[in-house]
Design a binder for this molecule. Sequence first.
Ligand code: PLP
Length: 428
Amino acid sequence: DYAPPPYTGPTADEIMKKRKDFLSPSMFYFYNKPVNIVHGKMQYLFDENGRRYLDSFGGIATVCCGHCHPDVVKAIVNQTQTLQHSTILYLNHAIADFAEALASKLPGDDLKVVFFTNSGTEANELAMMMARLYTGSHDIISLRNAYHGNAAGTMGATAQSNWKFNVVQSGVHHALNPDPYRGLFGSDGEKYAKEVEDLIQFGTSGHVAAFISEAIQGVGGIVELASGYLPAVYSSIRKAGGLCIADEVQSGFARTGSHFWGFEAHGVVPDIVTMAKGIGNGIPLGAVVTTPKIAEVLTRRSYFNTFGGNPVCTAAGLAVLRVIERENLQENAHVVGSYLKERLNALKDKHEIIGDVRGRGLMLGVELVTDRQLKTPAKVEILQVMNQMKDMGVLIGKGGFYGNVFRITPPLCFSRGDADFLVDVMDY
Ligand code: PLP
């Protein structure tokens, strides 16, 4: 029954014209007619006509506390009125407090040195550079179907053809994707891990800088890694002198429900953890957390960047951590996510077009195929369903190598009722 304030700005058509004239020509849209989103409140978005949409995409797995969460807004406003920016070369408690709070969320005593960046791409760029400096090796292993960002280094680690722009991207080797649904060895994690050992032996000098991986691939279509894979690979990488980097840009900040970080479900402890998206509930912020020993390679070189650790962003970050804890958002992601997954699996039994349902917590994927045996990607059909869902008031994400996977990554305050509405609309 919430009604947003009346909107008096330009219409969708007027904005569309400006986008066409003034924004980069490569802009792509999910919808035949993109929506003009003018207002957000928790798990809901509103268009120019005050029409409400259930946001099942969460601004690409970013708005974890809910749109315009009052506590996050208050923290941002207070900090903006107090000190909007100075430089990380001076001291400020908003930055230090958040670094301390963030470090306390990581397992063990070692992962406690925080570097702030402005995005996930930069966090991964920094992590990869750190690993290269620390190990003296240039070789990085990442997974096919991974998405780690789109700057020169991270684009190398990303392995999806639509994100490969032929810029310099040296020193990255892509291992087979341990994808239980489409992977070469099904769900046999050990076989994929053995292939990484071979890759180290035959594709590198035997000494590697790092292995980087998401705990659940997000852009790649919510792909869970085959069980047993990460512990075995971490062990091989460390034997080869390398560091293990966990890219928690999408799977961090309680999204997977069972744990605060996605890697925790695999029983591993990384050497470097990168994060962004949910960290600031939509405020541009990223971070790299590592051990004092590894961090030293950068602190010796006085590494810093202008905006990384901006106090407004870190104040938002601190508010996010408090909201996640106070509102039990991790527990909610687990309970509602499990319920939603159950309902989606029931939908799979009903509709042939659903080939696979996967993911954890509120990071779920639904893969559409036109033939279950052949797993033929339903690329056109997914767009039709997506447009229809929008017309019925549900926004949802899309991804995967073939672009045929629904990505469900809503704000973590998503309720059982929201889950029911989403499934009912998808069912229709
Ligand atoms: N890593 C992962 C797992 C991501 O999903 C993304 C973005 O989608 C990135 C890194 C890059 O983050 P950003 O878009 O903030 O640069």
